[in-house]
Each structure stands twice: as C-alpha cells, then as structure tokens.
Design a protein around this ligand. Structure first.
Ligand code: GRF
Length: 203
C-alpha cells in the first residue's frame, strides 16, 4: 500500500486551523497524516496544541535567523527533513520569499479570511466591514510569489449582519475556515490539477 501523504503545517499563533486539519486527518476525512507543525514564533499557542496531539513541533525563530531568505531556507530544510508532500499555511504571519515558494510550488496552500481577490493582506475582516460588503467569507488558495494571490481551490461565503463588529464577523468566518480548510486539503490529496489559475478536481 502506498504511504499516506504527509502534511507540514506552518503557524504563528493560536493554531485553530491547524487543529481543524489535524482532527480531519485523524478522523480520515483527509487521507494524509500530519508530519510536523512548524512556527516562526517560539511562544505560539498552536505549538502546545500540536504537542498535545503528539505531533512533532519545530521552531525557526525569525528574530534569530536573518535575513528573510535565510529564514525561509531554514524552514524549507525542516519541511524537507520531515518529507512533507503538502505545506499548509495556517495563520502563518510572514511574507514568503521565492526560496520557500519555489521549494513547494503547487504543493503549498494558504487560508485567508476574505473572498479573494477582495481584501488581501492584514485585517481582512475589518477591511470587508469597512468597505461595506454584504457577503464576506474565506478562501483556500495555492501559494505563489504574491501575497494572498495564487490559484483558488475553495471558497465559502459568510453573510455580513447589520450589527456585526470585526470580532463577530471574524468568529463566523473562522467557523467556516475550520470546515473549508480540511475540505480543500482532502481535495488536494484526491488530486487537483491546475490550468493557469483554474484548479479542477476529478468529478
Ligand atoms: C485565520 O483567520 C486565517 O484565515 C488567517 O489567520 C487566522 C489564523 O487563525 N490566515 P488560527 O491561528 O488558525 O486560529
């Protein structure tokens, strides 16, 4: 039997999307296993949560490994050491250099809390609220050289309600993120093909 796919998950903070991915791998919704949870922040809460699951954790501290290119090269080295087939950015709050993008081209996904191409970058939920959109949401996309830009794999919409604050909207979007990211990763391992920006899956 072929070995199951292995996923490297990159985090910088609380890691709730990482938990959703790990639970989906453990339940069999995703036909793959977690290889390593890797953070650029030694204090990231998600590292503790990953260790509770018994998953190997690693840190490459961006304050200690400089410049940015060297930090990315060290991250790539860890991911290759764990022989991961797919890299999932899950609240990884660093801009990537071409070193990382090239090492995992078409094998790296990100989740972003907006309906891209609207509202890339930081504070996407606040941007959506301030812009006045009535439908917000989240996107799982392949990672390319530009921030929050690569081919889109899946999206989910979330209605903006009259009394929404940034916090209430972010909470409802996060609930959708926890459903969407596992679905997207399951699709990746089922076989996704890319034609230009268009991702398609076997029907
Ligand atoms: C999520 O909203 C994700 O879309 C964004 O950063 C946040 C990470 O949250 N990229 P968590 O660390 O997964 O809880």
């Amino acid at each position: 039997m072929p070995e199951r796919g292995r996923v490297g998950i990159l985090i910088s903070g609380r890691g709730s999307n990482m938990v959703a991915l790990v639970e989906a791998m453990r339940s069999g919704q995703i036909d793959a296993e977690p290889g390593v949870v890797l953070s650029n922040v030694p204090e990231a809460e998600g590292l503790r949560r990953a260790a509770d699951f018994g998953i190997p954790t690693e840190v490459v501290d961006h304050k200690k490994v400089r410049p940015r290119r060297a930090h990315d090269a060290a991250m790539v080295e860890v991911l290759q050491r764990y022989q991961v087939d797919l890299v999932c950015l899950a609240g990884y709050m660093r801009l990537l250099t071409p070193v990382m993008v090239a090492a995992f081209r078409d094998r790296m996904l990100n989740i972003h809390p907006s309906l891209l191409p609207a509202f890339p970058g930081l504070d996407a939920q606040r941007q959506a609220l301030e812009y006045g959109v009535k439908i917000a949401g989240c996107t799982v996309h392949f990672v390319d050289e530009e921030c929050d830009h690569g081919p889109i794999l899946l999206q989910a919409s979330v209605a903006v309600l009259a009394g929404d604050t940034e916090g209430s909207l972010a909470r409802r979007i996060l609930e959708q993120e926890h459903q969407l990211y596992p679905k997207a990763v399951a699709l990746f391992f089922a076989g996704v093909s890319l034609t230009g920006r268009r991702a398609s899956v076997p029907s």
